[in-house]
Design a protein. Structure first.
Length: 666
């Protein structure tokens, strides 16, 4: 026996097994007979070929590590009241994994919420969903989708989405300040301070008056004794629908930046316009309109050109960084942008055939327009009262609005760096600019047949360019311009009922005065403080004009041109002018003499022609004419008067012709 065992051991080669030869590997296990919900297979065996890999033929056993059941994705809905997520209300659709497997989506299991919002148009749905913070939206934002519910299931399916808009949460800086109140202020009878706060809409680092949207008064408290402190208002605090800024103002006499016991304290709240759309936006239909419903700020131009829309309401839009153009909306009757506070460029309301009313801003919160305002060719727009909040910086144009009658008031318009034009509005009775002090450009009131005077301009003090009142057939008075002191050019023409220029009681300086074609004007003057007309004083073709008078302080003028005034007999208002560049008196059929120029001593150009009643020149003080001397076609003027005057004041060759050669001279 022993021999046999020994012999057997020598015949069989048994390999030496070590711990390093035992290997394990893993492989994914799909859902199936081994694991209902998938998992991993754990394979073990010996590395018999010593290649460091457990090959399939070397596997000795397999065990399975199975995954638990996958939580079910569940949704639930609840009514969403009108508010920040849905202006008209709707439904909140919550989604998430039923992690505890109880068959219900509990509040902690909600991972996303989409709001399905009602709209004012049947079968159009809008959804909004928060967007997590990322590089393009560091504070997160919201994506809005709008489309027609084609299958009528009450949900906006992916294939039904017609417009998608993504907005980012971007707060605007809030500024605050303290100013002194005058002792005569109705808010504080003994004076004090006013605390103001608002968003820096134009981002210039200064709180402009139209940007103020929160104000408090501290009576009997000096500005230096008030301390301002800003902090954030969080969502849901009750003070703001979204986030905002809290401004605490308190009396701090000891300078420790803490409220004094028993001292004045107040809090102002400035709510943020948080949702920003980046880029230009065109509203061409109702889907586009609803897509903007959750946008607070549009960083670009907004154009509304939707011929089928009867009304446009944007309930949250507060800031347009670019321009606003509402043009060619043939069905639009009502435009509501009542929350709008800032337009970074121009605002244009043009060619809207049915537009009757609009709201731009509201009376308590002015709408600052950094550029110009144009309201043009809206034939059913009847009143400017809806512009009460608008404050343009550059120019204002109101033109060709056929039924515009009521001027309303625009009390926040105090200065314009550009021009003001009211033209071709047949029923307009006045202007809305009751606090306007200065227009740096032109001011034109042209062809407004219902306007009897420039009413509404009672505070106007200066016009840097041309003040033009032309072709206003019912204009009867200039009295509303009683505070006007300076004007680049005053042009009065084609005003058929204007009898005179009385009312310009404070006009001191004019670069030019042009008065032409005013059929009923009898007298020109009554400007007791006018001292200078720097360039031209033109009086032309006013058929009823009898006299130029009432200019007792006028000492300077460049050119005086009096032409074609058939009834003119007196120029007494020009009696104190000592020097002119040009004196031109042409075709004034009843003017008897130039003797009213009693102080005139020097001229460059002298041109007197076609004055058929002129019998005397009467220029007793005239000493020199340097360039041109023309006296002709004055059929009653003795030629000897003209030649005698020329001989004494003119060194060149005068043009004297077709006067009264038979007339005698003393």
């Amino acid at each position: 026996m022993l021999a046999l065992m020994g012999s057997g051991c020598e015949a069989i080669n048994v390999p030496k097994i070590t711990q390093r030869d035992a290997l394990t590997r893993f492989r994914p296990e799909p859902s199936g007979e081994h694991c209902d919900f998938g998992g991993q297979a754990v394979l073990t065996g010996l590395d018999q070929d010593h290649n460091g890999v457990l090959d399939d033929v070397e596997v000795l056993s397999t065990q399975y590590v199975c995954a638990d059941a996958v939580p079910t994705v569940r949704t639930r809905t609840q009514v969403e009241p009108p508010g920040a997520h849905c202006f008209h209300g709707g439904q909140a659709v919550h989604s998430g994994l039923d992690s505890d497997g109880n068959g219900h989506l509990d509040d902690p299991e909600v991972s996303s919420t989409e709001y399905v919002c009602a709209t004012t148009v049947p079968h159009i749905l809008m959804t909004s969903q928060p967007v997590a913070p990322r590089a393009t939206c560091p504070r997160g934002g919201m994506v809005t989708r709008v489309g027609h519910d084609a299958n009528g299931n009450g949900l906006l399916d992916d294939e039904e989405v017609a417009r998608e808009v993504e907005v980012c949460n971007e707060p605007i800086p809030v500024l605050s300040r303290v100013r002194r109140l005058a002792d005569t202020s109705p808010k504080c009878v003994r004076g004090g301070s006013v605390v103001q706060a608002g968003m820096d809409l134009d981002l210039d680092g200064f709180l402009d008056l139209p940007e103020v949207n929160a104000t408090a008064y501290a009576c009997d408290v000096e500005p230096a004794d008030l301390h301002l402190k800003q902090g954030q208002v969080e969502l849901g605090s009750g003070d703001c629908a979204a986030r905002g800024t809290r401004v605490d103002a308190f009396e701090d006499l000891d300078g420790d930046t803490l409220p004094d016991p028993g001292g004045y304290t107040t809090t102002l709240y400035v709510c943020e316009a948080t949702r920003t759309y980046d880029g230009d936006f065109v509203v061409s239909n109702d889907v586009d309109l609803f897509a903007l419903e959750g946008v607070d700020r549009l960083r670009g131009d907004l154009r509304i050109q939707a011929p089928e829309l009867g009304e446009v309401i944007l309930p949250t839009l507060a800031i347009i960084d670019g321009s606003l153009v509402v043009q060619g909306n043939s069905s639009l009757k009502w435009l509501d942008l009542g929350m709008l506070r800032f337009i970074g460029d121009d605002a244009e309301i043009r060619d809207n055939a049915q537009l009757e009313e609009m709201a731009l801003g509201d009376e308590e919160h002015p709408l600052l327009v950094a550029g110009s305002l144009t309201v043009e060719k809206n034939p059913k727009f009847s009143s400017l009262k809806s512009l009460v909040a608008v404050v343009p910086t550059d120019s204002i144009t109101v033109r060709a609005n056929d039924t515009l009658e009521s001027p309303g008031v625009m009390p926040h318009v105090v200065t314009l760096t550009g021009s003001l034009t009211l033209q071709d509005n047949p029923l307009l009775t006045g202007t809305p600019f009751v606090n306007l002090l200065r227009v740096d450009g032109d001011l034109r009131l042209v062809n407004n047949p219902g306007m009897e005077g420039p009413f509404g301009l009672e505070q106007l003090q200066s016009v840097g360019g041309t003040l033009e009142l032309r072709d206003n057939p019912q204009l009867e008075t200039l009295a509303p311009l009683g505070h006007l002191a300076s004007v680049g050019s005053l042009e009065l023409s084609g005003n058929l009922q204007l009898p005179d220029t009385s009312g310009l009681l404070n006009l001191t300086r004019a670069g030019r005065i042009h008065v032409q074609g005013n059929a009923a004007m009898v007298s020109l003057g009554d400007m007791p403080l006018l001292t200078s007309v720097d360039e031209e004083f033109f009086v032309k073709h006013n058929p009823s004009l009898q006299r130029v008078h009432g200019l007792p302080l006028l000492r300077t003028a460049g050119t005086v041109s009096v032409v074609g005034n058939e009834a003119l007999t007196s120029l007494s208002g020009l009696a104190r002018l000592p020097q002119l560049g040009t004196l031109e008196v042409l075709a004034n059929a009843k003017l008897p003499t130039l003797g009213d120029f009693a102080k005139l001593r020097e001229l460059e150009f002298f041109n007197v022609q076609g004055n058929t009643a002129l019998t005397g020149l009467g220029l007793g003080e005239l000493a020199r004419v340097t360039q041109t001397f023309i006296v002709s076609d004055n059929t009653k003027l003795p030629t000897c008067q003209a030649t005698a005057l020329a001989a004494s004041v003119f060194q060149g060759t005068p043009s004297i012709d077709r006067n009264d050669d038979a007339g005698t001279c003393p």
